[in-house]
Design a protein around this ligand. Structure first.
Ligand code: ATP
Ligand code: MG
Ligand code: MG
Ligand code: MG
Length: 351
C-alpha cells in the first residue's frame, strides 16, 4: 500500500519562495509508486490551500511554482484541511517550511496534537533552533565554542539607540553581524563596520523580528555538515561555501547561484573529526531528530566555532544539505525516504 504523504509548503515566513522551490524538487523526486502525495500550500497570508490543481503531483507540478491559482483551489483554515485529511489518514506529513510558523515548532505542535508523524525535528528542537539567542545559550551550556554575542529587544533599543551602540562597541566591537533572532536564509542580516552601519543594521533586523542578535564578525572559512538520525545521528562529509561576496547573503544563496560549494571540503582528518564531534554535540544539546545542517566557522589558526544548526535546511537538490548526503553516498530520493522513515520510527517510539 502507498504511503499517504501530506506535503506542506509555502508558509507565512520571509522564506516562502525558498520553500516553493523545495516542494517542487521533493515532489519530482518522490517515487509515485510508493507515495500518494497530498500537497498543501500555505500562502503568505497563512491560509492553507489544497485542491485538484495541487494534486496529481507529477503532472501538475507546474502549478506549485505559482502556488495558489484562482478557481479550482479551496482556501480553508488548516483545521479543516489537516483534520479532514487526517481522519482519512495521512501516514506522515513533510513540513517543507522554513522560518517562523513552519520551522519553529508551531506546525510541529499542531501535528503532535493531531498525532500524525512528521518529518524533521520535534517541537522543542525546532523552536530552540529557530531562535539564535536561545540556541547559542544552549550551545554555550554544552561547552561548544562560539563567537561572542549579545541581544536586544526592539523595546530596549528604541529610544536608546546610541547607548545600545556604545554597549555593542564595548562588548562585541567591529566588524559585527546583526541578525533577526528568528529567521534564516540570511534575510535581514547585515555586517557593520562602524556606528552608522550598526544603526542601519539594527533598523533592518528589527523589521523582521522584535529580537535581534549581534555577533562578533570572524574572518573564517564557512564549513557545513549534514546530520540525520534520531537517537543515533549520522554525520555527512563536510562542505565549504566560498561566497563571491562579502558574506553569504540571501541573493548569493538563491538568486546569483554562483557561490561555489566545495564538497568534500579540504580539511585535515583532525579538523573534520572535531567538526563531526561538535555537530553531534549540538544535535544532542538541542535534542534534535530527523535532520539538521550544522554551520561552522573555521579560522586561520584552525579553531572551529559553531554558528548555528538549521532544523529544516535548504532542501532543493542543489542545496548544501542534499549535496552533502549525495557525496556521502545517499542520493536525493533515498534521503527523502530515509527522513520519512525516521519520522515513522520516532512516532512509533513515542507510543
Ligand atoms: P541559513 O539558515 O540560510 O544558513 P541564517 O539566516 O540563519 O542563514 P547565518 O548562517 O547565521 O544566517 O548567517 C548568514 C551568513 O552570514 C553566513 O553564512 C556568513 O557568510 C555570514 N555570517 C554570519 N554570522 C557571521 C559571523 N559572526 N562572522 C562572520 N560571518 C558571519
Ligand atoms: Mg540559519
Ligand atoms: Mg534556516
Ligand atoms: Mg547559516
Amino acid at each position: 500500500m502507498k504511503i499517504r504523504l501530506g506535503l506542506l509548503y509555502g508558509g507565512k515566513s520571509a522564506e516562502h519562495k525558498v520553500s516553493m522551490q523545495t516542494a517542487l524538487a521533493v515532489i519530482k523526486a518522490l517515487d509515485a509508486s510508493k507515495f500518494d502525495i497530498h500537497p498543501i500550500y500555505i500562502n503568505e497570508e497563512g491560509q492553507w490551500i489544497k485542491g485538484p490543481q495541487l494534486e496529481g503531483p507529477v503532472d501538475s507540478v507546474k502549478q506549485l511554482e505559482f502556488g495558489a491559482n484562482e478557481g479550482a483551489i479551496e482556501a480553508t483554515g488548516f483545521n479543516s484541511i489537516v483534520a479532514q485529511d487526517s481522519s482519512e489518514g495521512f501516514d506522515v506529513v513533510f513540513p517543507l517550511l522554513h522560518g517562523p510558523n513552519g520551522e519553529d515548532g508551531t506546525v510541529q505542535g499542531l501535528l503532535e496534537l493531531l498525532n500524525i508523524p512528521y518529518v524533521g525535528n520535534g517541537v522543542l528542537a525546532s523552536s530552540a533552533g529557530m531562535d539564535k539567542v536561545i540556541m547559542k545559550n544552549i550551545f554555550a551550556q554544552a561547552g561548544l565554542t562560539q563567537v561572542g554575542y549579545s541581544s536586544y529587544l526592539r523595546s530596549e533599543y528604541t529610544g536608546n539607540e546610541e547607548a545600545v551602540c556604545d554597549e555593542v562597541e564595548k562588548e562585541i566591537g567591529y566588524p559585527c553581524f546583526v541578525k533577526p533572532a528568528n529567521l534564516g536564509s540570511s534575510v535581514g542580516i547585515s555586517k557593520a563596520d562602524n556606528r552608522e552601519e550598526l544603526l542601519a543594521a539594527f533598523a533592518e533586523a528589527f523589521q523582521f523580528d522584535r529580537k535581534v542578535i549581534i555577533e562578533e564578525g570572524v574572518k573564517a572559512r564557512e564549513v557545513e555538515l549534514g546530520v540525520i538520525g534520531n537517537d543515533h545521528p549520522e554525520v555527512s562529509v563536510a562542505g565549504e561555501i566560498i561566497p563571491k561576496k562579502d558574506f553569504y547573503d540571501y541573493k548569493a544563496k538563491y538568486e546569483d547561484g554562483d557561490t561555489a560549494l566545495v564538497i568534500p571540503a579540504e580539511l585535515t582528518e583532525e579538523e573534520y573529526a572535531n567538526l563531526k564531534e561538535m555537530a553531534v554535540k549540538a544535535y544532542k544539546a538541542l535534542d534534535c531528530s530527523g535532520l539538521v545542517r550544522a554551520d561552522f566557522f573555521l579560522t586561520g589558526d584552525g579553531k572551529a566555532y559553531i554558528n548555528e544548526v538549521n532544523t529544516m535546511p535548504g532542501f532543493t537538490p542543489f542545496s548544501m544539505f542534499p549535496l552533502l548526503w549525495k557525496h556521502t553516498g545517499v542520493d536525493y530520493p533515498e534521503l527523502i525516504e530515509k527522513l520519512i522513515q525516521l519520522a515513522l520510527d520516532r512516532h512509533a517510539e513515542k507510543q
